[in-house]
Ligand binder design. Structure first.
Ligand code: B12
Ligand code: SF4
Ligand code: SF4
Length: 264
């Protein structure tokens, strides 16, 4: 069945490890993103949000290359679904803008670095896909926070598909597992210290790259040669090639939501 048809029929589960939901573009949770959405599609009225599950086994493996690989493919999968849906919508004579799952982002605006065109966690809550957890992530009933999100802004009439059941309240209760599991101490309930998390997640991302450049520029010749032959450059090169740069998933893997038998 075509994707659009499934969405029109209100199907939440699109296939193994894939769920979707719809929200109005003017949902109050997305107020801060209205201007951005207008810039993407002035006539955009609805957002279709996809959540694609990670492989639980892979993310729990503790092996960084396979974790990166799974992350890249979950992103790609969410992007593919969005791209496909936008084509189907345009076949029907409407417009569909596939919004980036993570990159590219507007990195040029003053102080804007690393701000998405849409906050997918907010959009996911507004589309009834789950609730906002103490770990600062969207927690779905099916897969917990072990998902990558993406979606399409469209003028296709989807008012009948807009989620009625939206979890504005957290369902974390007294649990603090993710807060205690963060190796960077970056989490407080519903609040994340981005600097602390970024230092960990971007060990060989933008932060690692600027540290490397700084070292190359300021070091003496011997140290420079050492740095050029060292592992950091190899890892940075690999990340530039693959687009992967993550080194932590603990706030996703530690959450009991979505694990077999949970919630009961
Ligand atoms: C930049 C970015 C980062 C940065 C900054 C994180 C951040 N909190 O913004 C860094 C590198 C630190 C980061 C880390 C991680 N990220 Co990240 N990140 C993004 C990205 C690309 C943009 C986020 C953004 O715009 N931030 C801007 C500022 C304004 O956000 P903020 O200060 O946190 O404020 C938001 C929240 O506080 C939230 N909020 C506050 N109160 C409430 C209340 C309710 C009810 C709701 C719904 C929301 C909400 O709304 C605010 C924004 O509107 C998104 C993709 C996207 N476009 O959404 C992925 C995204 C959030 N990241 C994701 C993931 C998985 C991670 C990591 C686990 C790393 C990894 N291994 O992949 C960690 C988790 C950190 C954490 N616990 O939050 C996933 C989350 C999936 C999910 N289940 O929710 C996303 C959605 C990517 C995707 N397409 O799936 N990330
Ligand atoms: S990704 Fe790692 S460092 Fe960042 S908040 Fe989650 S557990 Fe903490
Ligand atoms: S680990 Fe516990 S506190 Fe953290 S998001 Fe999951 S349910 Fe909420």
């Amino acid at each position: 069945m075509e994707l659009l048809e499934k969405i029109l029929q209100g199907e939440r589960k699109l296939g193994p490890g894939m769920i979707a939901g719809v929200c109005a573009a003017d949902h109050p949770l997305l107020e801060d993103y209205r201007e951005k959405m207008r810039s993407m599609l002035p006539e955009g009225r609805f957002l279709v949000i996809f959540a694609v599950a990670h492989s639980r086994g892979t993310l729990h493996s503790g092996n960084n290359p396979v974790q990166q690989y799974d992350t890249l493919y979950a992103y790609r999968h969410a992007g593919d679904l969005s791209h496909r849906l936008s084509r189907e919508i345009e076949d029907e004579g409407c417009l569909g803008v596939s919004v980036p799952v993570y990159m590219p982002m507007d990195m040029l605006g003053e102080g804007k670095g690393m701000r998405g065109e849409i906050c997918w966690r907010r959009a996911g809550v507004a589309a009834g896909l789950g609730f906002y957890g103490k770990n600062g992530l969207l927690i779905t009933g099916e897969f917990g926070p072990l998902v990558r999100l993406g979606g399409v802004l469209t003028n296709f009439p989807l008012e009948k598909q807009v989620a009625a059941d939206v979890a504005l309240e957290s369902k974390c209760g007294a649990c603090t597992i993710c807060l205690d599991s963060c190796p960077a101490g970056a989490l407080e309930p519903y609040k994340i210290n981005k600097k602390k998390c970024g230092d960990r997640v971007f060990t060989y991302g933008l932060r690692g790259f600027s540290t490397f450049l700084d070292e190359i520029i300021t070091a003496d010749d011997a140290r420079r040669q050492e740095a050029l032959r060292g592992p950091a450059l190899r890892e940075l090169w690999q990340n530039f090639m693959t687009g992967g740069y993550y080194y932590c998933w603990a706030c996703q893997t530690s959450c009991p939501w979505g694990k077999p038998g949970y919630p009961a």
